[in-house]
Design a protein around this ligand. Structure first.
Ligand SMILES: [Zn+2]
Length: 334
């Protein structure tokens, strides 16, 4: 069983099953036989049987050379992705197509989804237990522009959960420590770091340019400031919070569902130090990145009007419905 991807222009669908071909060259012959002239125009230099330089072929996620690679033997279960030039001017380079090939294959994702990620700007506010995994997965997925924000320095007691900060980073700024790891992870991403504290005075300015804001905070006063700034600017806000072995997640779409203040009207008591196992923000931060990616690409259904609770003690995920408060001081009238 073999598949090829991203021939929507030629085939009207993204995947096709091909059986009984021995190598890449005969796979291409079979596809040309099926889809004819339109595919020939996309694959070959005009009037020749030479593949265009812009065609990119991956066998099980690995790029092949367009000359000798055509002899690559194929067996049942192989996944072949062929990327011809996309009409409308695809902006992904061959390297990007290879790097993101496994997610481009996801139904509803495609090159278009990847291009949306490349154009997106996400603000991760806070580089602690939630912000570290969230920003790492966003950068790995190909978010084009990430702003990371944290005014604090790395402490030894952060290292059980703030996985972008390592032993040698203790006493460095969290923003400086994180940006170094994120760049090493994906040099294609544009990342900028800010060492600011979030205040009522600067919250608007901080969120305004972002397409999505991820809540990596460890306290409610700043979460509420971010929530307000996001509602005011109609920017999606992905809320996450953890303690011990439990965590929660909600996606705030201003104007479409409840805001954080509707769901949690009163600030829980402030705890300067609370227990947390690193895997708990690992789970929630990862889900925050997933919600952000889903919103940008347009796949799946976001967690709007709901709150997810994760309990690691007995490994349960529960989702409750959350409604807008018609008298909410933050989102009323939005
Ligand atoms: Zn509200």
């Amino acid at each position: 069983m073999k598949f090829f991807a991203n021939f929507r222009e030629a085939a009207g669908r993204e995947q096709e099953r091909v059986e009984g071909v021995a190598d890449v060259a005969s796979l291409i012959d079979e596809l040309v036989r099926r889809f004819g002239k339109k595919l020939v125009e996309q694959l070959y230099e005009r009037g020749t049987r030479r593949l265009r330089e812009t065609v990119h072929i991956l066998v099980n996620g690995r790029g092949i050379n367009l000359l000798e690679g055509l002899n690559t033997h194929l067996k049942d279960g192989d996944v072949i992705a062929i990327f011809p030039p996309v009409s409308g001017g695809g902006s992904l380079t061959p390297e990007e197509l290879e790097r993101y090939s496994r997610q481009i294959l996801i139904r509803g994702f495609g090159e278009e989804g990847q291009e949306k990620l490349k154009r997106a700007h996400v603000l991760v506010a806070g580089l602690g237990g939630l912000g570290c995994p969230a920003s790492a997965y966003l950068v790995a997925a190909g978010i084009g522009h990430l702003t990371i924000l944290d005014a604090e320095r790395v402490e030894l007691s952060n290292l059980n959960r703030q996985i972008l900060h390592w032993q040698l980073d203790v006493r460095r700024s969290k923003a400086g420590s994180a940006i170094e790891k994120l760049w090493a992870m994906n040099p294609m991403a544009k990342i900028d770091s800010r060492l600011e504290k979030i205040t009522r005075g600067n919250s608007n300015k901080l969120v305004r340019d972002a397409d999505i804001v991820v809540d990596g905070m460890d306290n409610y006063p700043t979460r509420y400031l971010l929530n307000e700034a996001c509602v005011r600017n109609r920017i999606p806000f992905i809320h996450g919070a953890v303690e011990g072995l439990v965590g929660q997640l909600a996606t705030i779409l201003p104007g479409e569902g409840p805001c954080l203040r509707c769901i949690i009207p009163k600030e829980p008591p402030l705890k300067p130090v609370f227990p947390v196992l690193g895997t708990t923000p690992g789970v929630i931060g990862c889900l925050q990145a997933m919600e952000a990616i889903k919103l940008i690409v347009g796949v799946g259904r976001p967690l709007v009007g709901k709150m997810l609770f994760f309990n690691g003690e007995d490994m349960t995920f529960d989702i409750i419905e959350a409604r807008r408060d018609p008298n909410c001081p933050v989102c009323k009238g939005v």
